[in-house]
Design a protein around this ligand. Structure first.
Ligand SMILES: Cc1cc2nc3c(=O)[nH]c(=O)nc-3n(C[C@H](O)[C@H](O)[C@H](O)COP(=O)(O)O)c2cc1C
Ligand SMILES: C=C(O[C@@H]1CC(C(=O)O)=C[C@@H](OP(=O)(O)O)[C@H]1O)C(=O)O
Length: 335
């Protein structure tokens, strides 16, 4: 499955070491002002090679809009977005052709397809997320019309919560040929009450699926999340007052439907699987092997995942908003 969403439908294509990656959006409302300049800043925040704390792969990640706009405005037809790969250096992966990297998707990918593009993980590469960010930037532009914003931040790296502590944890891990994980928080502001379904397509379920669908995300919590399991009802319930909710343990969602409060989601991001430190694994023939992984890798994916998490959340919120407009539009016509 390479398509996401019910109304604002996004199909992504491409591989990390192929010719290009991109997205096709079907269902974008017409009349939204949209040029590459609306998308590029999001891609710039995600791209590798921007500091010593991220993968040194040098990619400009310039986006081109191929279709779906006329004179800088969306036409309601499919929007195709493309970014060409320029700095693959696929030779880094020659030694990994027949070896499964622990923690990456090599083993399970082979189990599923029986064939694997070993260069950079192919479709399972974190680079695929540039396609979602490009599409998410368009969603965020649409959400501006409704006064809805999505903002993410790193709240923790390897247990450290100060900027200095986080940076040191990453640098130390990298020096030791290792990697670290972290926690990223995403907040949706300005979201109206009433988005999401009471069953199945609950807004929290959709957000969790969207965020868990990003590589390296191993946990999602909404509002108080796992901490709620250690509270009493009297502590966890957000009192309702004539002026609104006093507290937001619910994270802006009750019964799968937005309450109008900020929507708060947090994700647990695992340490980068490709590390230089020696690891035990097997090759495609099932024989024991020891590997040290070279090439260009992120020492901490949490650093780069922030715009990806924001964009996936924006896609969910816009999709839910368009869904809600169907209901509201229908009942308005009945009146
Ligand atoms: C933005 C981003 C950057 C990533 N960078 C790397 C990397 O440099 N090296 C690596 O081994 N994995 C990296 N990953 C993680 C792998 O893509 C991911 O762990 C792998 O696909 C296995 O999927 P899973 O962790 O969800 O099980 C990155 C993921 C994201 C989202
Ligand atoms: C290139 C990006 O991140 C890549 C994500 C990634 C992986 O295995 O997920 C592995 C590395 O790429 P490669 O070894 O294929 O050059 C990272 O640099 C990007 O996000 O744009």
């Amino acid at each position: 499955m390479n398509t996401f969403g019910r109304n604002f439908r996004v199909t992504t294509f491409g591989e990390s070491h192929g010719k290009a990656l991109g997205a096709v959006i079907d269902g974008c409302p017409a009349g939204i002002a949209l040029t590459e300049a609306d998308i590029q800043p999001c891609l710039d925040r995600r791209r590798p090679g921007t500091s010593s704390l991220v993968s040194p792969r040098r990619e400009a990640d310039r986006v081109e809009i191929l279709s779906g706009t006329f004179e800088g405005v969306t036409t309601g037809t499919p929007i195709a977005l493309v970014v060409y790969n320029r700095n693959q250096e696929s030779g880094d992966y020659d030694a990994l052709r027949d070896i499964f990297r622990p923690g990456h998707a090599d083993y399970s990918y082979t189990a599923k397809y029986g064939i694997r593009d070993h260069r950079g993980g192919g479709r399972s590469s974190g680079r695929e997320t540039l396609s979602r960010v490009a599409a998410g930037a368009v969603a965020a532009k649409c959400l501006e019309r409704y006064g809805i914003g999505v903002a993410g931040r790193i709240s923790e790296i390897h247990g450290k919560t100060t900027p200095e502590g986080m940076e040191e944890a990453i640098r130390t891990a990298r020096q030791e040929g290792d990697s670290v994980g972290g926690i990223v928080e995403v907040v949706v502001s300005g979201c109206p009450a009433g988005l999401g379904d009471p069953v199945f397509a609950k807004l929290d379920a959709l957000i969790a699926a969207a965020l868990m669908g990003i590589g390296a995300v191993k946990g999602v919590e909404i509002g108080a999340g796992f901490a709620a399991a250690r509270m009493r009802g009297s502590e966890n319930n957000d009192p309702i007052t004539p002026d609104g909710f006093a507290g937001n343990n619910a994270g802006g969602i009750l019964g799968g439907i937005s309450t109008g409060q900020p929507i708060v989601a947090r994700i647990a991001v695992k340490p980068t699987p490709s590390i230089e430190m020696e690891q035990a694994t097997i090759d495609t023939g099932g024989d024991e092997r020891k590997i040290r992984i070279g090439g260009r890798h992120d020492p901490c994916i949490a650093v780069r995942i922030v715009p990806v998490a924001e964009c996936m959340t924006a896609l969910v919120i816009l999709d839910a908003l368009l869904e809600q407009e169907k209901y509201r539009g229908f009942s308005a016509r009945k009146e």
